[in-house]
Design a protein around this ligand. Structure first.
Ligand SMILES: [Fe+2]
Length: 493
């Protein structure tokens, strides 16, 4: 059986594949019911909160150059900050020039340069005998990133620029009714803004039958190869979120449940996002989910993520605290990260959130959504003896079993992987807590422009340094620019 994704970006989105994998899209619009907007929603012209946040929680970047590198000099400087009640949020030392032997201390504090207390500190530190110079530096410019959860409204440009994702080899390509249905569901996702109620879809009988076929077939596999945490949470979802073979659950109900368990919430999406935008949302404990379902002609095949993949693969484990934490950790590390680091984090996401395994006694069990939503790849990854049929269906006839490596995020972040076949390599964590610890340690090793924290009360990202966000370049714009560059280079040749 053939299957494939729509390009590399699908990897970071956790595209589903293989027999029994989950994909996307559905049918007629008159039968789609969407909830009313939340009355407390902010006006739609309230968008970019960056400037406002800067005013609410300002930082000052100060550089102190000392004459000699000797014990106690930093302590003397810091005592003045401390005595003035100024809160230092970041500090590092650097050797600035060869002319003096003293280092320069880069210090970020909470406050504004105009504050009387800051001015007083500048004066006092400058008067210290060991200090050569002190000054307030301009904020460092960093790539744009969402600072408030509302900024996610600006990061929903899909990689296809909003065009329909169905292409010629999609099972629903020639089914006009199916395409119309899918367009209607996608349109609701496009209209969605933070604060709106999540769209409720009234699924058609044919769609429920597709869901049922997938649900029932996966049940047996889950009992055998899904990790215990997943099975426990799936039971909870059956109790509280409407998970059942005869019912496709609503994102709104699941999101409410997840918020009460781990603070995670769901947000509808219309298509494939860039890896950066997708990972950034995880920093806010937001997971983008499709709502359409694969074509009914073949319930066990999908070329892209759909509601089966999202709900039966991803959602249950977002109710697990350790899993939720390391998913957010990856998201926080992606904020304003370099393109190379975003690629590393996307790869780590792939080998954990999508295709992660963990140890249970002498067995390995699946916790990745790409496995949990694909009976074929679940068997391939977790069985001691994957059947010939299973191997053939994943283009793995040449390999008896996958290679299992202990989870090492630094290795996983660089491990190449195919997107059109089953994975030849998997990483196995000792447990979800072990995965959390290792991912956290790995994220600390990345070169980061600042260290962010998420404040769940205000839904803001709090940073350690005085920074200024560069203008946002949308994914679509970026693509257009890259395309232009490509054609210009071709013309030059
Ligand atoms: Fe996924």
């Amino acid at each position: 059986m053939a299957f494939r994704f729509r390009g590399a970006a699908a990897r970071a989105l956790g595209a589903a594949r293989g027999p029994g994998a989950t994909g996307r899209r559905c049918v007629p619009c008159s039968q789609v019911a969407f909830g009313p907007s939340c009355l407390q929603r902010w006006p739609r012209n309230v968008r970019n909160m960056g400037g406002m946040l800067k005013t609410l929680d300002p930082r000052v970047f100060i550089v102190v150059e000392v004459k000699r590198d000797e014990p106690g000099v930093l302590g003397t400087v810091l005592k003045i900050f401390s005595d003035s009640g100024l809160n230092i949020t970041h500090i590092e030392s650097r050797f600035k020039t060869f002319a003096r032997d003293g280092p320069a201390f880069h210090i970020d504090i909470q406050g504004s340069a105009e504050d009387a207390s800051v001015q007083q500190v500048l004066k006092e530190v400058k008067g210290l005998p060991g200090v050569h110079e002190i000054g307030v530096m301009p904020d460092r410019e960093v790539p744009w990133f969402p600072m408030n959860i509302r900024d996610l409204d600006l990061t929903t440009d899909t990689l296809d620029g909003g065009a329909a994702l169905i292409n010629q080899d999609h099972p629903g390509f020639s089914d006009l009714e199916y395409r119309k249905r899918r367009e209607d569901i996608v349109a609701a996702a496009k209209r969605f803004r933070h604060g709106d109620r999540l769209p409720r879809v009234q699924y058609l009988e044919s769609e429920v039958q597709t869901w049922k076929a997938v649900y029932v077939r996966l049940q047996g596999c889950h009992r055998q190869w899904a990790c215990t945490e997943y099975l426990e949470m799936l039971k909870q979802m059956e109790l509280y979120c409407g998970f059942a073979p005869d019912n496709i659950p609503q994102l709104e109900d699941i999101s409410d449940f997840l918020q009460q368990r781990t603070g995670f919430m769901l947000r509808p999406i219309s298509g494939l996002l860039s890896a950066r935008d997708f990972l950034n949302a995880l920093a806010f404990r937001v997971f983008y989910s499709t709502q359409y379902i694969r074509h009914h002609e073949n319930p066990f095949y999908t070329p892209e993520p759909d509601i089966c993949h999202e709900l039966l693969g991803h959602v249950p484990l977002f109710a697990n605290p350790a899993f939720a934490d390391f998913s957010q950790e990856i998201g926080l590390a992606s904020l304003a990260a370099s393109d190379d680091d975003v690629a590393r984090l996307a790869s780590l996401y792939w080998f954990t959130v999508e295709f992660g395994l963990l140890k249970e006694g002498d067995k390995v069990k699946a916790f990745g959504a790409g496995l949990l939503s694909s009976f074929g790849e679940m068997e391939w990854s977790s069985s001691h003896t994957p059947s010939q049929e299973c191997r053939d269906s994943g283009s793995m006839s040449h390999q008896e079993r996958p290679v299992l490596k202990p989870l090492d995020p630094a290795v996983a972040a660089k491990e190449p992987y195919p997107i059109t076949t089953y994975q030849p390599v998997f990483f196995v964590a000792e447990s979800l807590t072990d995965a959390k610890r290792k991912i956290s340690t790995f994220c600390d090793t990345l070169t980061r422009p600042f260290f962010p924290q998420y404040d769940p009360l205000t839904q803001n990202i709090v940073v350690t340094k005085a920074i200024r966000r560069a203008d946002r370049v949308s994914t679509v714009q970026m693509q257009q620019e890259k395309q232009k560059e490509f054609f210009e280079k071709q013309q030059e040749q």
